[in-house]
Design a protein around this ligand. Structure first.
Ligand SMILES: [Cu+2]
Length: 169
């Protein structure tokens, strides 16, 4: 493969890291109404006013996935997105009074899980020329993040492992 092929195959992608997604309660609203999250992210609901909660489940019924209070005595509820929810849309609502009937509900849009991706040493969900550059920069070291084949040294075997997984993860 020629060098120019590597460069053409390089792509821009967002690094995969765990984040905290903040959802703010205000009146009968959760904002954002649809929150995009990833497995492993922390969803953090923040109370603004009134007496509410965060109850998972569609049609104003509780499915037991998560539940937390949102009120002056408990102004924050956090939930870490479980792997079983990958690729799903998770509906939740407020179970206090008839709040759900008044429209106090919202959604978590859970992204697909990323499979392990040998050769993606920079974690951008694609094996590209940038990964080769990182391997070359650590050539001869024992940097585990760049030791694609687990040999204990960053060397030619890691270049081969990277080439074998070329492209999007
Ligand atoms: Cu409520």
């Amino acid at each position: 493969m020629r060098l120019s092929s590597f460069i053409l195959a390089a792509s821009i992608a967002v690094p995969a890291t765990s984040e905290t997604i903040v959802i703010t309660q205000n009146g009968f609203d959760y904002s954002p109404f649809e929150a995009s999250v990833q497995v492993g992210d922390t969803v953090r609901w923040e109370w603004s006013n009134g007496t509410h909660d965060v109850t998972s489940g569609a049609d104003c019924s509780e499915d037991g996935l998560f539940f937390g209070l949102l009120r002056t005595s408990n102004p924050v509820f956090e939930y870490v997105v479980e792997e079983s929810l990958a690729g799903q849309t998770v509906e939740y609502h407020c179970s206090v009074g008839n709040h759900c009937g008044f429209g106090m509900l919202a959604y978590l849009i859970v992204g697909d899980v990323n499979e392990p991706c040998p050769g993606d040493v920079n974690g951008d969900q694609a094996v590209t020329f940038n990964d080769l550059l990182e391997i070359l920069a650590s050539w001869g070291s024992d940097d585990a993040a760049k030791d694609v084949d687990g040999s204990g040294t960053v060397d030619f075997g890691d270049l081969l492992g990277t080439l074998a997984n070329w492209g999007p993860c």
